[in-house]
Design a protein around this ligand. Structure first.
Ligand SMILES: [Zn+2]
Length: 182
């Protein structure tokens, strides 16, 4: 029965196409983890509420102060007057709040999707302690020049899941910053 065989062949092809489509559609988390450094597509924003992280006039660092910077610079420098409030880009949990010679006073916030936002060179130790929940727009501290910084700026890093030095990798925050700045 050639007709039945042809029908069967069509069914098999359709089933294969469906399986292929299902396999080709990654979950948002898997898609996020598969990103190459420097990519930050809007469609993978899992938590929409976001705030521009510096509450005042800014200018973006270029060249060595941009992402990569020809020196493995893992963030974008956002220059602002010393003391300008730094607020949380997105809600999450504080997973690190320390000082070191490079980052100065710095804070790491893990978001619900497992990304990490890193805020560095804060003027004084950041307000929320490790374990605290922060909301988008909540004040974290102030722009400073602590650590290895030549001028007051926020050094902002965005890491994919599972986060900062936990297997994630840094992505360029600048497209997101420009979008938030409107
Ligand atoms: Zn920097």
């Amino acid at each position: 029965m050639p007709r039945l065989r042809r029908l069967l062949a069509i069914v098999v092809v359709l089933a294969a196409a469906l399986v292929g489509a299902a396999a080709a559609a990654p979950t948002p988390a898997a898609a996020w983890q598969a990103l190459e450094p420097g990519q930050l597509p809007v469609e993978l924003d899992l938590a929409p509420a976001k705030a521009f992280p510096v509450a005042g006039p800014v200018h973006y660092g270029q060249f060595a102060a941009s992402f990569g910077g020809g020196r493995g610079h893992d963030g974008q420098d956002v220059f602002a007057d010393c003391g300008t409030p730094v607020v949380a880009l997105q809600a999450g949990e504080v997973v690190d709040n320390k000082y070191d010679g490079a980052g100065g006073n710095y804070l790491v916030v893990a978001t619900a999707s497992g990304r990490a936002h890193v805020y560095m060179h804060l003027r004084t130790p950041a307000r929320p302690p490790i374990g605290a929940s922060v909301q988008a727009g909540e004040r974290l501290g102030a722009v400073g020049d602590t650590g290895d910084a030549w001028d007051c700026h926020l050094h902002l890093e965005v890491w994919t899941a599972p986060g900062w030095f936990r297997g994630g990798h840094p992505v360029d925050p600048l497209p997101l910053l420009r979008r938030l700045q409107g």
